[in-house]
Design a protein. Structure first.
Length: 279
């Protein structure tokens, strides 16, 4: 596996492949787990060359403590990437990506006034900037993103359309631990006791799903989930929303199969967790 830290060097290296090979790209912030590796494996099956990036993007963090606590395990990550079949990794420094702080501001309109966008002001501006930069550096044919960050998928879809990136976006399913907890780099920051409690997020999603299948209203369903967390004082529920999985806008009704998403975010100790279920 080739490893690059400089944008110019990786761009030049990939140039030789561009005409005759397809490039699949998996952007990450490192601290890799099986969720990330599943994206690499899918990219491996569908492309000639697989490129991944590891970059903890300061511009997308609205909370300095969250950025400081974000786990960094570069050497271990590179070993996992190589074992999963990644060909090229790009792990730039902050100075390499941002020689000066970016002045560009991206506005994703209604996509970012809800859920993560509402609770993490500026987050999607930072995501959009870094993904646009990475697309320009790597110039992939396909880019792989996890449904774990469903709203991010919507934002990147819009970014690709608005800026005419010649990139096919592939949404990949959520990989979970056996107890249902969605894999996340932030899970490493849970204490042992919190780790035991964390599957409650997935339980809450399942509960909401059951309520909706049982023809309870969206309002009733959200109340059931709110009550569920009220009985668990270790959690602070931030939002539970039932939305259109593509537009991310709240819906009062269950939509066509695969179009409805139940999304939630909750704080557990110092860790903020998100999860969703699309059905
Ligand atoms: P991150 O390193 O958290 O920025 O995530 C990098 C990519 O991996 C994003 O597209 C995430 O949505 C995806 N991802 C993170 N966790 C999971 C998971 N449990 N299952 C599938 N994809 C995931």
């Amino acid at each position: 596996m080739k490893r690059f830290e400089k944008a110019d060097t990786i761009r030049q290296y990939l140039h030789t492949f561009r005409t005759e090979s397809t490039i699949g790209f998996v952007p990450t912030m490192g601290a890799l787990h099986e969720g990330h590796l599943a994206l690499i494996e899918t990219a491996r099956r569908e492309n000639d060359v697989v490129v991944s990036s590891i970059f903890v993007n300061p511009v997308q963090f609205n909370n300095p403590d969250d950025l400081a606590r974000y786990p960094r395990t570069l050497e271990e990550d590179c070993q996992k990437l190589e074992a999963a079949g990644c060909d090229v990794v790009f792990a730039p420094s902050v100075d390499e990506m941002y020689p000066t702080p970016p002045t560009l501001h991206l506005n994703f309109g209604s996509l970012e006034t809800v859920m993560e966008g509402a609770f993490r002001p500026g987050h999607f501006n930072g995501v959009g900037i870094v993904v646009a930069k990475l697309f320009n550096i790597v110039q992939p044919d396909r880019a792989y993103f996890g449904q774990k960050d469903l709203q991010q998928v919507g934002v990147i879809r819009q970014l690709i359309r608005d800026l005419s990136f010649p990139v096919e976006l592939i949404r990949c399913p959520i990989i979970r631990e056996t107890d249902g907890l969605a894999m996340s780099s932030r899970n490493r920051n849970l204490t042992a006791a919190e780790r035991e409690q964390a599957p409650a997020l997935f339980q809450a999603l399942t509960l909401a799903h059951d309520c909706l299948l049982d023809e309870q209203s969206v309002t009733q369903t959200k109340a059931v989930v709110t009550d569920f967390f009220n009985e668990k004082p270790e959690f602070r529920l931030e939002y539970i929303d039932i939305v259109n999985a593509n537009t991310l806008q709240p819906t009062d009704y269950v939509l066509a199969p695969g179009q409805t998403a139940i999304c939630l975010a909750a704080h557990l100790g110092k860790v903020r967790l998100i999860d969703n279920l699309v059905f």
